[in-house]
Design a protein around this ligand. Structure first.
Ligand code: SF4
Length: 326
């Protein structure tokens, strides 16, 4: 068995400088990602979950080198991607594709569906004859549940769910190993969400894919992921096998997210309680609170929580969490 994980993210940091309007004021530092580590095995789906502003999408962009990192490393098949010259990195980039949340802005409105899905084929398999490429595009459209004849349509002629299918067809066109899916269903109606999730699950089987599946909602990743990492204000606060996260969440932030999952068939009072489960808002990453970043929202806060960042504690196989309570 291959022991090297497909993807290994180690102590990844991204700090931005935010210029103020005044010449005399120092630029502020935004700690968007502040020491994130995790791994993803071949064939696995890891859910990366947290509220908006937790830094999940920045992690996704760092992995694919869409933005530069401050420190840390990302290994893909044991190669540190940040050490590679651009030409070398391109060879790996083919194996790592991304699905974006906003299908409208991630698809070029002037390109037809055929051109959009065919673009990666052109980039990575440029020498293949045009007719062969067009045939492959039609086949890809059909694999994601779209009619092959839609190749001549433009993105605005598709529904939101169909556009997301187009983005998925583009992502699988060059047989990647890893797909980083950044909130792939959160802009879709609930009825369409499950169809797209089922499609992603089917493609995982047929293409042997691994997913880094980013979502703000634990309910969405529940059926997709073997393991879940929960992110809060630029750091991972808990990682565990999926079942363990849902049945035995250890970190108070994970518990809060679980309580916020709407439960089907519960009475109105219980649903009201669910909404009350989310306390306050995530603080700004410009000036994160000292100690545990969650302490301003935590009902279990102790004196130490305001001063010291908690170490990770091992709670079981593959289960770690950072909280002074544990
Ligand atoms: Fe709450 Fe303290 Fe644990 Fe942070 S370290 S989650 S504030 S109990």
């Amino acid at each position: 068995m291959n022991e090297t994980p497909l993807l290994k993210v180690d102590d990844l940091v991204k700090h931005f400088s935010l210029r103020s309007g005044s010449l005399f004021e120092k630029a502020k530092r935004v700690r968007a990602v502040d020491g994130v580590s995790f791994h993803l095995d071949e064939g696995e789906t890891l859910g990366l979950v947290g509220e908006s502003g937790s830094g999940k999408s920045t992690v996704a962009r760092l992995i694919l080198r869409l933005i530069s990192h401050t420190s840390g490393s990302v290994d893909f098949r044991g190669e540190n991607l940040f050490d590679l010259p651009l030409a070398e990195f391109k060879k790996f980039r083919r194996e790592m594709q991304m699905i974006f949340q906003d299908s409208m802005s991630s698809l070029n409105p002037r390109y037809t569906a055929g051109e959009i899905v065919g673009e990666p084929l052109k980039i990575y398999e440029g020498r293949s004859p045009k007719a062969e490429r067009e045939e492959k595009v039609r086949d890809l459209l059909e694999q994601v549940g779209l009619d092959g004849s839609y190749a001549t349509r433009f993105p605005h002629e598709f529904s939101g769910g169909q556009r997301q299918r187009l983005g998925i067809a583009r992502a699988i066109a060059v047989n990647p190993k890893l797909i980083v899916a950044d909130e792939p269903v959160s802009a879709l109606d609930v009825s369409v969400q499950s169809q797209v999730l089922n499609l992603l699950q089917d493609l995982k089987e047929s293409y042997g894919l691994s997913y880094l599946f980013i979502a703000h909602d634990l309910a969405v990743v529940k059926h997709m992921s073997q393991r879940v990492a929960v992110m809060y204000l630029g750091r991972i606060v808990e990682t565990a096998p999926s079942r363990e996260i849902y049945e035995n969440p250890a970190h108070p932030y994970t518990q809060m997210l679980i309580q916020a999952i709407p439960k089907a068939n519960v009475d109105f009072a219980a649903r009201k309680e669910d909404r009350g489960a989310v306390i306050g808002d995530i603080p700004s990453p410009i000036n994160p609170p000292p100690g545990c970043p969650f302490h301003k929202r935590c009902k279990y806060k102790m004196a130490i929580c305001e001063q010291e960042y908690p170490e990770y504690r091992r709670l079981g196989p593959g289960h770690v969490a950072a909280c002074h309570l544990l």
